[in-house]
Design a protein around this ligand. Structure first.
Ligand SMILES: Nc1ncnc2c1ncn2[C@@H]1O[C@H](COP(=O)(O)OP(=O)(O)O)[C@@H](O)[C@H]1O
Ligand SMILES: [Mg+2]
Length: 364
């Protein structure tokens, strides 16, 4: 009896897929989101990551139905919802501002969406209790929002979004108002709840650490365009272009010239790269993949230079080296017991060809 089966969104681990096809938003002549194509599998937590103004919120608001699309399609579980009103899209929303009703209790805030759907009193009571337990707020039912901390209010917002058992959960920078420690804790909790419920979720953030730590897949955007979509490891290890390489993790950005064979001229030295491109290229090397004055250095690439600056940043030391007309940043763990070179000293740098990411000079 198929009609008696619960919808897939109700069953853990079998969330509903979300597909965006050519999604575009124009604000007059300005293109806020430009032809975005995205496939999100059921039960995945996907981060929309990019700098402020790149179109993350605009994308989320189109998916939620809060603003109309200029063109393109939104498919939820294969169903085209592009012109379906928000309340019929079966989506749960959590924003940076908690937007709780101040005059209502926590339980009343969470129950609101269920009452709107005409669900019976007993079921509402049970579901509100379950939702509050899920976000670790049992016992706080009768408080008012102002009697809770920011983190607790955001948990109420999450419970309110989940209690209606939506197909898709949409979160727009939900942790930006929280302090660092609480943010860390909430990241773990949101991930845990998302995995437990198996809900498909789209999580907007400008914080690369958040995206890398929480999500199954990361979608990097810049200026309304998709730059790359992939797993955190793919995005970090094989960035599609210099923008992604420097937005997700740190990277030295150097200019070199290639002959198409994988060899590049950099400050008069031959460097081997991970790909063969001819002409002017942008070369990117992560600072922690470069060794400094390592007698056992096995890397294919080496440069000599002069140490110009040393900065302690807690867990690591950043060393700035001038080599020819290039400046190269090197990072070393402060666990290291070896003495550091002193400023002004000549140093040698080594790294591998595999860690030498090369892009054509006109890549974004
Ligand atoms: N209602 C609007 N009218 C005109 N421009 C807008 C509007 N909303 C957003 N924008 C512009 O669209 C771009 C993307 O905005 P937004 O999606 O909010 O970015 P993000 O969430 O990534 O910071 C920005 O340049 C922003 O100024
Ligand atoms: Mg935004």
């Amino acid at each position: 009896m198929p009609s008696d089966q619960p919808s897939p969104s109700r069953t853990a681990g079998t969330g509903v897929p979300l597909h965006l096809r050519g999604l575009t938003k124009k604000y007059q002549d300005f293109v806020g989101v430009d032809n975005l194509n995205l496939d999100i599998q059921g039960g995945e937590l996907v981060a929309l990551l990019g700098p402020s103004g790149c179109g993350k919120t605009t994308t989320l608001r189109m998916v939620a139905g809060l603003i109309p699309v200029t063109s393109g399609e939104i498919l939820v579980g294969g169903r085209d919802v592009t012109s379906t009103p928000t309340y019929q899209r079966d989506m749960g929303l959590v924003f940076q501002s908690y937007a709780l009703f101040p005059h209502m209790t926590i339980a009343q805030n969470v129950a609101f969406g269920l009452e709107m759907r005409g669900i019976g009193k007993d079921e509402i009571k049970a579901r509100v209790r379950d939702a509050l337990r899920m976000v670790h707020l049992e016992g706080k039912e009768d408080r008012k929002p102002t009697q809770l901390s920011g983190g607790q209010q955001q948990r109420v917002a999450l419970a309110r979004a989940l209690v209606v058992r939506p197909s898709i959960l949409l979160l727009d920078e939900p942790l930006s108002n929280l302090d660092a420690k609480l943010r860390d804790e909430m990241r773990r909790e949101i991930r845990e709840i998302q995995q437990k419920t198996g809900i498909t979720a789209l999580f907007v953030t400008h914080d690369q650490v958040e995206a890398l730590a929480m999500c199954d897949k990361i979608v990097v955007m810049q200026a309304g365009k998709l730059m790359q979509a992939g797993t955190p490891r793919e995005i970090y290890e094989a960035p599609a272009n210099p923008f992604v390489a420097s937005f997700v993790g740190r990277a030295n950005r150097l200019t070199a010239r290639g002959d198409g064979s994988g060899r590049y001229g950099l400050s008069g030295v031959e460097i081997r790269g991970s790909a063969g491109i001819s002409g002017n290229v942008t070369m990117m090397i992560r600072p922690h993949r470069i060794t400094i004055n390592d007698p056992a250095a096995a890397g294919e690439n080496g440069l000599s230079g002069r140490l110009t600056e040393v900065t302690y940043v807690g867990d690591l030391v950043q060393l700035e080296v001038a080599s020819g007309d290039q400046t190269i940043m090197v990072e070393r763990s402060t666990r290291s017991q070896e003495a550091l070179p002193t400023i002004g000293e000549s140093v040698s740098l080594n790294w591998s060809a595999a860690d030498t990411m090369v892009f054509s000079e006109d890549a974004p």
